[in-house]
Design a protein around this ligand. Sequence first.
Ligand SMILES: Nc1ncnc2c1ncn2[C@@H]1O[C@H](COP(=O)(O)OP(=O)(O)OP(=O)(O)O)[C@@H](O)[C@H]1O
Ligand SMILES: [Mg+2]
Length: 248
Amino acid sequence: MSAPLVEVTDLRKSYGDRVVLADIDLTVHRHDVVCLIGSSGSGKSTLLRCLNLLEQIDDGVIRFDGEEISDPRVDPRAVRRRIGMVFQAYNLFPHLTVLDNCVLAPVRVHGVARAEAVERARELLDRFGLSEHVDKHPDRLSGGQQQRAALVRALCTQPELLLLDEITAALDPELVGDVLTIVRDLAEAGTTMVLATHEMSFARDVATTVCFLDGGRILEHGPPASILVAPEQERTRQFLRRVLPGTG
Ligand SMILES: Nc1ncnc2c1ncn2[C@@H]1O[C@H](COP(=O)(O)OP(=O)(O)OP(=O)(O)O)[C@@H](O)[C@H]1O
Ligand SMILES: [Mg+2]
């Protein structure tokens, strides 16, 4: 097996004297889809933010493509150029059209020629069913369309790793499916992803690995067929009983 794309060892993170992540070990290989599940406050978002160097960790090591990116001498901007992140909401710049949202980072940050960036953005927007919205501002789009555009914007920089933090959580139920379909397509195309999600059936379908976080620790991890169907820990079973309807 090739070297992991991401390797987290013994990560620890606190806010003040409150420990929010501890003993975190996580390995992500290329083409893996790692789903982080767990109750509110269990540390999913914090872990994603640590991977992207949006948070400073207290202890432990994060390696990305072999490089120790948790070393304080590493420039976070250089790392974030290679990692795409989409949040729950407010992802797009409101003053730019969808197309300009998608072209901004490739041109400004990656030095891609505008014409080339536009071509790639249009191609992706088309692929994700947004071609009629390219010239609109985000406030003219539905929440689901905005999240699809946010995904396209993240993809426009051709990230080696995509971090998704509950990107469907703010959507009306009928829009969730459209966004998840795109994530599923990306998974099938081999995109390496780490995502926090409350959509258990989605995790079951697309995850290569599911990590159950509880109180800032990865209590257990493994393929969805074990973690979501036959977990070993009582805490995991309790959590699943609460979130999976009809199994309690
Ligand atoms: N900037 C911050 N300052 C202090 N505490 C924080 C900060 N951000 C998060 N926390 C705390 O860290 C813990 C983990 O939060 P985090 O947002 O990672 O949880 P989560 O699993 O993503 O929850 P949710 O499912 O609600 O999104 C929580 O107890 C939270 O209150
Ligand atoms: Mg969160």
